[in-house]
Ligand binder design. Structure first.
Ligand code: MLT
Ligand code: MN
Ligand code: ZN
Length: 306
């Protein structure tokens, strides 16, 4: 399968519109060597065939589609390579792009869990709004790991895993998580046997999560924060990374320790990177640590073949 990183930043993107933290100011004025990034989303398609799966619909989706010609194969007057959309959660940075798909001629094929469906018809009723445009053909994602497919995508097989993370701030589940608020996804290509584990929002590595990571050829996991208190120490917020459902990379029990335990051949990538994270600075000590640990930082437009 082929994975295109459409957006690699966390909510707000990089630089964030209202932010003058070291990274945001530095990428604007050229004093920090870093690449701007749009909000997190990936497109996955089989090696043969143009159509694929959009994982998350970013607020930046229109710019992402312009930047990646493969998303518009132009086989008809109105066309798209997006065979269906799969949501990992109901967060604003992962669902706002759904509004931008409203010009479709047929209902949008959409896979999400029941709690996310509830959030997207109640607190943030984007699916109800779309009912006044193209409509939505919604499919429930089961949480028992059973395989499903998005028709037309070369039989790529998807298996969801409920994650300990956080529902969106507008959700009634924000402070009492329910299984399915957030999921990770194993994506298997039966043509090649390649397997990816994708989890842009991941608060805790449970035994089930580690098992899914260890079984994958490629892991693309939560790269939001380097430290738990990153937002507080930079003066941009009070909330801690773990409290909002993101396992930081550094420190005891952090993401880097877990990644180091994976089989040697596993390709490790961080995605959904917050604009405060020092790993965005290509000259930072933190980025050098990642390189030494053979952990890559996703960039917009990156192609991964599995
Ligand atoms: C998150 O990943 O914690 C949220 O997307 C943050 C946000 O909505 O800005
Ligand atoms: Mn997010
Ligand atoms: Zn910033």
């Amino acid at each position: 399968m082929r994975i295109t990183v459409l957006g690699s930043a966390a909510g707000g993107g990089f630089p964030q519109w209202n932010c003058n933290c070291r990274n945001c100011a530095g990428v604007r004025n050229g004093s920090v060597r870093a690449k701007p990034r749009t909000q997190s989303s990936i497109f996955v398609r089989p090696d043969t065939g143009a159509d694929g799966i959009l994982f998350n619909a970013s607020p930046d989706i229109l710019a992402q589609m312009r930047a990646v010609p493969a998303l518009q194969p132009a086989r008809a007057l109105r066309d798209t390579a997006i065979a269906g959309v799969v949501l990992m959660d109901g967060q604003v940075d992962h669902v706002t792009g759904l509004f931008m798909l409203r010009e479709r001629g047929t209902p949008l094929p959409l896979w999400c869990t029941d709690p996310v469906q509830d959030d997207l018809t109640q607190g943030n009723p984007v699916l109800r709004v779309l009912g006044h445009y193209c409509g939505v053909e919604r499919h429930a994602i089961a949480l028992n790991g059973s395989a499903f497919e998005v028709p037309g995508t070369g039989h790529l097989r998807l298996h969801a895993l409920p994650l300990a993370s956080k529902a969106a701030p507008y959700s009634p589940n924000r402070d009492r998580s329910v299984p399915g608020d957030n999921i990770g996804m194993s994506i298997v290509d039966p043509a090649t046997g390649g397997r990816v584990f994708y989890a842009p929002g991941l608060g805790e590595i449970t035994p089930e999560v580690f098992e899914a990571m260890a079984a994958a050829d490629v892991v693309m996991v939560d790269g939001t924060f380097w430290t738990d208190d990153e937002m507080a120490t930079q003066g941009v917020g009070r909330q801690r990374a773990r409290a909002i459902g993101h396992l930081p990379q550094s420190g005891p029990g952090g993401m880097l320790e877990w990644l180091a335990r994976l089989p040697t051949g596993t390709r490790r990538l961080l995605i959904h990177i917050n604009n405060t994270n020092p790993i965005l600075d290509e000259d930072s000590a933190e980025r050098a640590l990642l390189e030494a640990a053979r952990v890559q930082v996703c960039e917009d437009g990156m192609e991964i073949k599995v």
